[in-house]
Design a protein around this ligand. Structure first.
Ligand SMILES: [Zn+2]
Ligand SMILES: [Zn+2]
Length: 99
């Protein structure tokens, strides 16, 4: 089971890396814009259904954290509503990697 999931993720990563290499517009580009459009749309829905921080229940400065650290993985299960200060705490616990 574990292995299956892992290889699926690896495959997706490979695919994206491949796209990135092949597509000169990848950086600065069209692909990125689509990703962000998706993100804002999904983010709105997530926050609408859960308009407070998952950790401290604050309703200010909330947005979505990517649980797996992959900003392109905009599926509902990967997004966590969180406020800015809790977000900082999570990421300092992860070695300061901000996504
Ligand atoms: Zn919070
Ligand atoms: Zn985050």
């Amino acid at each position: 089971m574990e292995d299956k999931r892992h290889s699926k993720e690896a495959k997706e990563k490979n695919r994206l890396a491949h796209l990135g290499n092949k597509n000169p517009r990848w950086k600065g580009g069209i692909s990125q814009r689509f990703i962000y459009q998706d993100y804002w749309k999904i983010r709105d829905e997530v926050i609408k259904s859960h308009p407070y921080c998952s950790f401290c229940n604050k309703t200010e400065n909330i947005f979505c954290h990517h649980i797996d650290g992959n900003p392109k993985n905009n599926i509902l299960n990967n997004l966590l509503v969180i406020c800015r200060s809790c977000h900082n705490k999570i990421h300092s616990g992860m070695g300061g990697r901000i996504k």
